[in-house]
Ligand binder design. Structure first.
Ligand SMILES: Cc1ncc(COP(=O)(O)O)c(C=O)c1O
Length: 384
């Protein structure tokens, strides 16, 4: 692995997401940025918010970046802007975070679950096609899909675009874990009708509270989302042309993100160095994450798979290596969403993934010796 500044990032206990070290290393600038916003006193829709939206667009080359209160609202805003209505149908994978099913359900939209691939965590496109055919036969009109680029790796966008075009489906891509990732050398925000992200603190680009953003190339959608997020405002806040939400990103979070955005490229590069090291050095007893040749991942998580997952987790905990299980239960098995699992029960890969996944430490401030210790400890577990 390329030498990094081990001496700068002082060796200390292994952090899972690195937010503590990131603050340690950049405290002065982040504090100054927050302090400026406090002194300016424009806590809601202050100039920091507009500036951040411009800088986010510069970063990912999307024409429109509209910030909002969190990544879940970002999906809700996308659905509302695309005119999804109560009673519509939308397809989404059953492996992932709850928001991709929660947002549509809140609007009365019926989710239909689809399986993921056996070898990665992306939507299974063959299964998607089967569902589209079944729905047609049953005279159910599917209006769109919500995908999520879990752990940072984009889905097979080329195939997805073809399916969406063929079947006239709207495509919302939940990029909460993939802002900064690329597909065919272009930002992930440039492919779907609307892409969303979350600035939850532990995300690769995270703030110190809740935050989110919606990206689109369409001026019409951007203008509608900008209205929807402020109570559906027209000329002003007291003129309401849509039923909307209160979903603004506050100025203090914007000031944190402006500062963190300056560090982001360097942090992504470091995440890629760590993931390359893991991919080369972790033993063959575990299944390593799949990576497409035409993608560049932000590696929000490095997620391995093993049948011994729970024992390995316990072993790593004893060795002071934190891990997380993303995600322990498929969405179709969640109590609140079980009722939506009638249309498609063939979700075996989602179930298997839930039993086998384990995310290990990775972040933009991880030093070589820590990554070496993590890999060595995992490999030792299998030598026992
Ligand atoms: C894939 C995915 N989608 C959506 C969200 C929701 O984001 P937020 O917590 O900002 O609402 C998350 C956050 O964990 C996520 O990981």
């Amino acid at each position: 692995m390329k030498k990094n500044k081990d001496q700068l990032y002082r060796p200390r206990k292994i952090s899972f997401s690195g937010i503590d070290i990131q603050l340690d290393v950049n405290k002065k600038k982040i504090n100054q940025s927050i302090q400026k916003t406090l002194e300016r006193g424009k806590f809601i829709m202050g100039p920091e918010v507009k500036k951040l939206e411009t800088e986010l667009s510069n970063f990912c080359k999307s024409k429109f970046s509209i910030t909002c209160a969190n990544g879940t609202d970002a999906i809700t805003l996308a659905l509302m802007a695309l005119d999804f209505k109560s009673g519509d149908y939308i397809i989404t994978p059953a492996f992932g975070f709850i928001s991709t099913v929660e947002s549509p359900t809140q609007l009365g939209i019926n989710p239909i679950f689809v399986d993921i691939n056996k070898d990665n965590f992306s939507i299974n496109i063959n299964e998607l096609k089967k569902i589209i055919i079944k729905a047609k036969n049953e005279k159910i009109k599917i209006k769109g899909i919500i995908t999520a680029d879990l752990f940072g790796e984009p889905a097979n966008y080329s195939e997805l675009l073809e399916v969406c075009k063929e079947s006239n489906l709207l495509w919302i891509n939940d990029g909460a874990q993939a802002f900064g990732s690329k597909y065919n050398k272009k930002s992930i925000t440039l492919y779907s009708d609307v892409t969303t992200t979350s600035f939850f603190p532990s995300k690769p680009l995270g703030c110190y509270g809740d935050g989110g953003c919606v990206f689109t190339e369409s001026e019409k959608l951007a203008s509608k989302i900008s209205s929807l997020k402020i109570h559906g405002k027209g000329e002003n806040k007291y003129d309401n042309i849509f039923v909307g939400l209160n979903s603004r990103l506050d100025s203090i979070q914007a000031s944190v993100l402006l500062e963190k955005l300056r560090l982001f490229k360097k942090e992504i590069k470091r995440r890629n160095e760590i993931s390359d090291f893991y991919l080369k050095n972790l033993c063959k007893n575990i299944k390593l994450p799949d990576k497409q040749d035409n993608s560049y991942s932000v590696w929000s998580q490095f997620t391995i798979r093993t049948k011994n997952r729970d024992n390995l987790k316990e072993f790593l905990l004893q060795k002071k290596i934190p891990t997380m299980i993303y995600y322990p239960k498929p969405l179709n098995k969640q109590k609140a969403y079980k009722k939506f699992s009638n249309f498609n029960n063939s979700l075996i890969n989602c179930e298997e993934a839930c039993n086998e996944v384990l995310s290990i430490p990775i972040h933009g401030y991880m030093c070589n010796s820590q990554a070496e210790y993590v890999a060595e400890t995992i490999n030792n577990f299998y030598k026992k």
